[in-house]
Design a protein around this ligand. Sequence first.
Ligand SMILES: *[C@@H]1O[C@H](CO)[C@@H](O)[C@H](O)[C@H]1NC(C)=O
Length: 446
Amino acid sequence: MKTSAITLAALPALAAAYPGIMGLHNRQAAEEMFQKMQARDAAPAAAPEANPQLLGGLVDTVSDVVEDTVTSLVNDVQGLLGTVAAVVDQDNLRPEPGFEFQEPGPGDSRGPCPGLNLLANYGYLPRDGHVNFGQVVDAAARGFNMGVDLSTLLSVFAVLTDGDITTQSWYLGGDPHADISPNREDYYLGCGDNHHLSSRMFEQNVKYAAADGSKEFTLDVMGSQYKANSEHSQAQNPYLWYFPFPSIVSLGAFAFYPNFFSNGTYGAGGVANYESISSIIGAQLNEETGHYEYVPERWPENWYRRSTPYGAVDALTDGFLTIYPRNPVPMPIAQLGTDNFNVQTVLCDVYSGINSIVPLALADDYESLTGEITWALGKLADVGITADLLGCPDNSQSDYVYPNSEQPGGPQNPPPVDEETWQGDNVYGKTYFCEKPNEPMCRHTC
Ligand SMILES: *[C@@H]1O[C@H](CO)[C@@H](O)[C@H](O)[C@H]1NC(C)=O
């Protein structure tokens, strides 16, 4: 198995493949883009952030909030308890008979994605965590009602970046990741550990939920979480890995909290309550320390999955039009900052970005590279994602470009991560990252 450490270390070099567009890497361009999107989409909840002068004030508020005492965290959690879904459908009660929770044992592979870890903990996926494409598409639909186009997109990404193409399989512990995650530290700042739940991040997330009128982990609350995490990553992580394809995994993950982890259907009576979210992502409050231990992901008692599928267009819409504008990260999406920025053009960029991911991760030579791309495009076509249907330009598959592999962050010159400290599979029952890492934090249990 290819370790995630090696693969992920290689990927920041993608920047080199987009020299022109990476010139966007400045705040002004991002602000301009953001203002245009604000003007067009006029989302009232996020409106104050359109004024860059306000940004500083908001940031201060966040750090004050995060520094609150243990008592106030415990009080916040108590204030969050007790919200239940108005409408649920008995057919959607999970787990179904025959699927029992069982903690992962030694050698069972678990990774950064709480949803997939959970499905393996119930036997919806192989308990050893060695999963294949078809299993993931089926299990994600059955357990969470994930649309087949979305699970296909995510699985293509997993196989291309960290899997085995012949068997279309990968290990959950070698799962692909993107920086700026809801509750995992960046690969670089976590000193290679982007797998374990970060206590300080979830404490921050709870504060946002407690401060919100809903007392839930709504899309808006997750937008605040994204904003804080994104600001931190952009300020402290010189190897921030953010490109069209992986950004779907990052932005999607924030949208997945309410949309997949709610009790009942979010937006139709379902609630993204603390009971559901904390249990599903494996966050257990230690009332003595005020920090969160990372425990195996499990559904709370009496939990109902959403009753309608949530697919690729839903995820891209929530991710790119609601979460991302809260703190845009410059990345090679040609339409950023133009009136042409919408879900379709983003999907085209993702689509044409596929063969820029592949060579870094898998292909040894040009022939096998062509094979990987053909495979990936075929999988996407099976679920209706094609250049034609998307209305992408004809030549939307960009050429194989991969220069400057030796520049800092490139595959020949990876970030200074100590691979001894982090090997792959999750270790539960501990607390990780009580403090914000401002540089790689290698001793991170607390
Ligand atoms: C989910 O909602 C149902 C229906 O309101 C409720 O009976 C159940 O206790 C809720 N479960 C959780 C974990 O919130």
